[in-house]
Write a protein that binds this ligand. Sequence first.
Ligand code: NAD
Ligand code: UDP
Length: 312
Amino acid sequence: MKRILVTGGAGFIGSHLCERLLKEGNEVICVDNFFTGQKRNIIHLLANPYFEFIRHDICFPLYVEVDEIYNLACPASPVHYQFDPVQTTKVSVSGAINMLGLAKRVKARILQASTSEIYGDPIVHPQPEEYWGNVNPIGPRACYDEGKRCAETLFFDYCRQHNLDIKVVRIFNTYGPRMHPNDGRVVSNFIVQALKGEDITIYGDGSQTRSFCFVDDLVEGIIKMMATEKGVTGPINLGNPGEFSILELAEMVIKLTKTKSKIVFKPLPKDDPKRRRPDITKAKEILDWQPTVPLEEGLKRTIEYFKSTLNL
Ligand code: NAD
Ligand code: UDP
């Protein structure tokens, strides 16, 4: 039995990860300050004697004894990470330093939840790990993009300088049950709007693309990465290579919810990336991993979740 720390464990991805790690017979310590996480994401785990919750902000040091650390704590949706941009950079950078320091002290393996945002508004398409990205360092997304880029730098410097056993995964847009209904991300926005019969808000003309990965697929990839031998550091892209325009996504949500909602077009936010699709050659080769849940099926499961939580 391993003792595993999951920071951001009460969040969308973190709660699925905690659940999966417990199922596999591990002891899980979940650390979260509930900035964007929700108690109801983990409430069903609290009775499990192998699950422990600590309310803590990872910008402050943490002293626990663990074998592995998954570092997921950080707001992930543009609305939330732009709410307090200084704190977003702090959690990415100071939070990473604290978790890396902890890993060094207890000699734990540590995985960083990095992001496709480190590629910015990419000029290379699809994005392989070798691409260094096209990030505006002073724009509204920079607090997140540059924070996550600096966290990657710290991970690799701790590896080179202190021989730390690190893993870095670059997560592309992920969706599924337990997304926060108000977090402003496109999948949750469209589904909630459709279920409430409200207008579906497309930013720009809807021609921008994203690649959407169902959360169960992503968690499988993250766990496979953690299980690789020392020296396999990544960074490795994890995402679904199926690429859809935002307009296509809106039409799919309208079809699946059978809503009468109408599409409305709103201004495109500044620095909104035009295209995004992962090159997952490395994940296939090194992890023997690729997504299995098609977008339509994942959307159906997410729609069911929102139907039950919104009481519609
Ligand atoms: P989320 O907002 O649901 O989860 C983040 C969790 O971190 C929340 O529970 C929040 O309360 C917690 N948190 C934030 N600041 C904290 C702090 N200072 N101390 C302790 N806890 C803190 O987002 P998510 O989608 O589950 O994302 C999880 C991780 O995956 C993030 O690091 C994010 O950057 C990364 N990621 C997510 C996506 C995606 O599409 N969902 C894509 C790329 C990367
Ligand atoms: N978007 C949209 N309507 C919404 C929310 C988002 O058209 O109600 C667009 C957004 O401008 C972006 C894409 O959907 O082009 C994905 O946005 P999200 O915030 O989910 O994630 P991002 O990949 O931009 O971080």
